[in-house]
Design a protein around this ligand. Structure first.
Ligand code: FE2
Length: 287
């Protein structure tokens, strides 16, 4: 069973990762975009990684709210990668990135409205059929409330998950950043989500600007408030599952990442122990 703390496979980290991975590091996450139709160093990195760790795939290109048709070649490549790695699901983002052939190279927020729900439900189903694995949707961080929104974000996300019968990749840092920037309760937001659909969790650091605004950089250490929200989330989830420490830039010494991985693992193990009385002898959570 794939569970515990993971790290994103990034080439600047690879050497230290393969030499000094701590026991608490149980798996790695990869972006297919870094490996499709690429050989040489990237293929060799992927082969080394898969020989050492279980891998999960996390895409950046599907944009479940986009109006642009999926790229068939991309889908075939991701499907082949998912089959080769035997991943239990593939994840990508609830966003759009392209309009009229112009790519923003960013994850742009959808209006929280009925039209975007219909688009996302159809595209998630299409992606699942094309890839042949379950789809986990990750909700994004956003810096202005999307124009045209008539729904609450949690209701919008929940309806997409339920109508598409999709899994949820719950990003604790995204929830915290959005809650602080837009003035809602991060804990109440998580408690309202359909947590039985969560198959994977992300935790990351973000930038706190001098004016108090927060930017989801994945380039800073995880802050205390996000560690605390992660502990709350694990207690609510009350089951083992894969948890990723996202670090994409401004890489520190590997020892610093190891201490974050170990701290996340301590919280993860403590939360699961605290939930143990709810679990039967076979490990199933009692209803
Ligand atoms: Fe994330």
């Amino acid at each position: 069973m794939l569970e515990g703390i993971g790290l994103g496979l990034r080439s600047p980290l690879a050497e230290a990762l393969f030499a000094d991975a701590p026991p608490a590091l149980r798996w790695l996450e990869i972006h297919p975009e870094n490996y499709l139709q690429r050989g040489g160093r990237y293929q060799s990195l992927l082969e080394t990684a898969r020989a050492r760790f279980p891998l999960l795939t996390h895409g950046l290109s599907m944009g479940f709210g986009s109006l642009v048709p999926f790229d068939a070649q991309y889908l075939r490549g991701v499907r082949a990668l998912c089959e080769s790695l035997r991943v239990p699901w593939h994840s990508d983002h609830l966003c759009f990135s392209c309009v009229d052939g112009v790519y923003a190279h960013d994850l742009l927020p959808l209006p929280f409205d009925r039209e975007s729900i219909a688009v996302c439900v159809d595209r998630v189903r299409e992606a699942r059929d094309a890839l042949g694995v379950d789809i986990a949707i990750e909700h994004i961080s956003y810096y202005v409330r999307p124009a045209g929104s008539i729904l609450d974000e949690a209701d919008h996300l929940t309806e997409i998950l339920e109508r598409a019968d999709a899994k949820l990749l719950l990003d604790v840092n995204n929830v915290y950043v959005n809650a602080m920037n837009h003035g809602f309760d991060a804990y109440a937001f998580i408690d309202r989500l359909p947590l039985s659909r969560v198959v994977q969790v992300h935790v990351a650091g973000h930038l706190l600007r001098a004016d108090g605004f927060r930017i989801d950089t994945h380039a800073e250490p995880v802050c205390e408030q996000v560690f605390a929200l992660f502990e709350h989330t694990m207690k609510k989830l009350a089951r083992p599952l894969p948890v990723l420490l996202e670090r994409d830039d401004n890489f520190p010494d590997f020892a610093e990442l190891v201490s974050e991985i170990e701290r996340l693992d301590d919280i993860y193990q403590r939360a699961l122990r605290a939930c143990a009385p709810q679990r039967g002898q076979d490990g199933e959570v009692a209803l």
